[in-house]
Design a protein around this ligand. Structure first.
Ligand code: SF4
Length: 328
């Protein structure tokens, strides 16, 4: 089957260009994420994320550690953006996502970011994975437009921490094919303490509702690889700090029990987590089993689970069976 990503239609109608231009306006008083710093990033004023007009790309590569339906056999074409808008003290990716510096050497032009997308397509990746794109969401659209004009035909994954602006997400409707948000906490107090963010639960619920409105609860496949849909990631934290039950209750009752969940056990105390007594260890079997029980309790029957020993491995290791997704 020949897959045509949704943004091609918008490119051909001229709407993709219009959306890209409209998105750039948001940078003039930045509300790209719910922190609403309202600084003029168009003129390189810096808000909480210390990011200016151009995107900062820390790395790009075919990535084989995503869920199997995203990595496939040729890898997800991941582009990792620097200067994340959250500051998780346990960030498993902190070397490339938490490099907040007002330095320009990793900034790339819109044209260069488009070239990177085309290069990932050329080497055979299944998709373009925008990793931690939120704070550059208003600027990435221009690169997608340029890349589409030069032949980009891969589905786009929006792989986010979930703390996104609904206003910006609306501009991505029909452009993002696969939403891949984290839902980190069902508790604002822990979100504030461990990720330095206000109102995470409410803001993330609103963002994920918008993603769900756009793509629904069904996953669409091209062969064995997903090309459209929503997958919500949830990393189980020690001492129940993620408040998993509230997250699952929201998904089941306010979205749909058919939403696909990627349940992650890979937590290990990295970055600054060793300084925090409640986070200074890996997950216990009993803590993870509790999360598995909650999947059952709320009837969340689609998705993937990691095996417990995954914390030894930076890259996730998922059990996967398309007919019976939670079967090990
Ligand atoms: S993207 Fe950065 S500057 Fe804009 S609102 Fe968020 S933290 Fe502030």
């Amino acid at each position: 089957m020949t897959f045509i990503p949704s943004y091609i239609k918008l490119y051909e109608s001229g709407e993709l260009k219009e959306r890209a231009e409209k998105a750039l306006e948001i940078l003039k008083a930045c509300t790209s994420c719910p922190r609403d710093c309202k600084v003029d990033r168009f003129n390189n004023e810096y808000g909480f994320c210390l990011s200016g007009y151009l995107p900062i790309v820390s790395s790009y590569t075919p990535h084989f550690g995503e869920e199997p339906v995203l990595s496939g056999t040729r890898g997800a074409g991941n582009i990792f953006f620097g200067n994340c808008n959250l500051r998780c003290i346990y960030c498993q990716n902190y070397e490339i996502s938490q490099n907040w510096k007002v330095e320009r050497k990793h900034e790339v032009t819109h044209e260069r970011l488009a070239e990177i997308m085309l290069r990932l397509q050329e080497i055979g990746c299944h998709n373009i994975g925008l990793v931690s794109p939120t704070h550059f969401s208003a600027t990435i659209l221009k690169s997608i437009y340029i890349a589409a004009s030069k032949g980009l035909r891969l589905p786009i994954i929006y792989n986010t921490n979930g703390y996104d602006s609904v206003e910006v997400l609306k501009l991505y409707e029909g452009i993002v094919d696969i939403y891949l948000p984290d839902f980190k906490y069902g508790n604002d107090e822990y979100a504030k303490k461990y990720s330095c963010v206000d109102n995470y639960f409410e803001k993330t619920k609103a963002a994920i509702k918008e993603m769900f409105r756009q793509v629904g609860d069904e996953l669409k496949y091209n062969g064995d690889v997903v090309v459209r849909g929503l997958i919500i990631r949830h990393l189980v934290l020690p001492n129940y700090l993620a408040e998993t039950e509230k997250v699952f209750k929201f998904i089941a009752e306010e979205l749909s029990p058919n939403v696909h969940i990627s349940l992650m056990s890979q937590y290990y105390p990295t970055n600054k987590a060793h300084k925090e007594i409640l986070l200074n260890r890996t997950l216990r079997q009993s803590e993870y089993e509790k999360a598995l029980e909650l999947l059952d309790k709320y009837g969340l029957h689609n998705g993937w689970i990691q095996e417990m020993e995954s914390y030894n491995n930076y890259r996730p290791h998922f059990s996967y069976d398309r007919e019976n997704p939670f079967l090990n």
